[in-house]
Ligand binder design. Structure first.
Ligand SMILES: Cc1cc2nc3c(=O)[nH]c(=O)nc-3n(C[C@H](O)[C@H](O)[C@H](O)COP(=O)(O)OP(=O)(O)OC[C@H]3O[C@@H](n4cnc5c(N)ncnc54)[C@H](O)[C@@H]3O)c2cc1C
Length: 329
């Protein structure tokens, strides 16, 4: 429907939309109200919950298109993309947004290819100019910002987490649910899935408001315990530079940078990270950057809002103590 700004729901596989959906729906709602349309949620899942549907309504979805089928979990691009394309062709949304998460990055790219439509991946700003959507996205490892627009609808975009203002929760708002019929593609891949609980008990990197990140300066995997302790005290996620990941000190999913995750927390604390351009590509849009490095010439200080020249092994425990004192007040 013209005027429909769709948002692909990212859920936690327990029937709850993730927090990043507040941002995607908030931005879709803002643009839709300017365009005289409405934000709507498209949820492909094996398990929706009433609470999840209620949450989408409170975050501003005016309609939830719910496709509930065991075939949708775990995520498989070759199942999701044709279904999303069929829905788009039936309903002609004006825009379709996702979040920059592993599955949505892939799903939206596959969808764009199927529709022959343009995709602004990893967008950091969206605006309507003369009735057309204009997206801003960083290129060349964040050194330049490119602006792009679309030759045809739907306008497809993925939105970088922690950049867009989350929707204000509208308590009691209810989104009607529709369950459109779609053709499920025959499975072309059989999937052997092994699931391991790899949770660290700390927030996820992509969603965290504070990230404590470590690099080669940590000198060994055992020293990440220092950062984990600090992270626990302030509710932060722990990230790493590629040097730390390549050395086998942290799994790749914690890597921040051009070939890792792109993050944009409210506060980024970098310990023993030099600030190579490829690392900056993944964190330079953080709201406040604080670097801790014993080398005053380290390039990370050029983009840091706050810098501490010192030995991280002394500074990290001191910071933890001080944060704890503040939090106890
Ligand atoms: C194609 C490509 C893609 C890449 N992608 C990524 C990516 O996604 N993410 C990424 O991070 N890198 C990436 N890199 C690698 C990048 O170029 C750097 O090599 C890497 O970021 C360096 O990691 P580092 O800062 O931890 O290590 P180093 O550059 O070795 O820096 C270590 C820092 O720790 C400081 N230090 C040492 N001891 C202490 C101490 N006790 N206290 C305080 N400070 C201390 C040092 O002064 C130094 O500044 C990529 C490279 C290429 C070519």
């Amino acid at each position: 429907m013209a005027g429909s700004f769709w948002c692909l729901v990212e859920d936690d596989r327990q029937g709850n939309p993730k927090k990043v959906m507040a941002e995607v729906l908030g931005e879709a709602g803002r643009l839709a109200s300017q365009a005289g349309g409405q934000a709507e949620a498209v949820w492909l899942t094996d398990k929706a919950t009433e609470a999840g549907i209620k949450q989408l309504g409170e975050w501003g979805a005016k309609r939830v298109l719910l496709l509930e089928n065991p075939a949708f979990a775990p995520y498989r691009g070759e199942v999701w993309a044709p279904v999303l394309a069929e829905l788009c062709l039936k309903e002609s949304p004006q825009a379709f947004f996702g979040a920059v998460t592993a599955r949505q990055r892939e799903a939206m790219a596959r969808l764009a290819a199927r529709l022959g439509a343009g995709l602004s991946a990893d967008s950091t700003a969206l605006a309507l100019e003369d009735g057309t959507l204009v997206a801003t996205r960083p290129v060349y490892a964040g050194k330049l910002l490119s602006k792009m627009t679309w030759a045809k609808m739907p306008w497809l975009a993925t939105l970088r987490p922690n950049v867009f203002k989350p929707a204000d929760s509208q308590q009691g708002a209810v989104a009607p649910v529709e369950k459109p019929a779609v053709t499920l593609p025959a499975a072309v891949m059989s999937l052997v899935e092994r699931r391991e609980d790899s949770s660290t008990g700390l927030p996820e990197l992509a969603e965290a408001e504070i990230i404590v990140s470590g690099g080669r300066g940590l000198k060994g995997p055992e020293n990440f315990a220092i950062l984990e302790s600090l992270a626990k005290a302030i509710g932060a996620a722990v990230g790493a530079s590629r040097a730390a990941v390549d050395a086998g000190w942290r799994p790749h999913r914690f890597q921040i940078g051009q070939t890792g995750r792109t993050v944009s927390p409210k506060l980024y604390l970098g310990f023993g990270i030099s600030g190579a351009i490829q690392h900056l590509a993944g964190m330079r849009t953080s709201k406040v950057i604080c670097a801790i490095n014993k080398d005053p010439e380290a390039p990370i200080f050029k983009i840091a809002d706050y810098g501490i020249v010192g030995d991280l092994f002394e500074v990290a425990p001191l910071l933890e103590q001080e944060f704890k004192k503040l939090l106890e007040k």
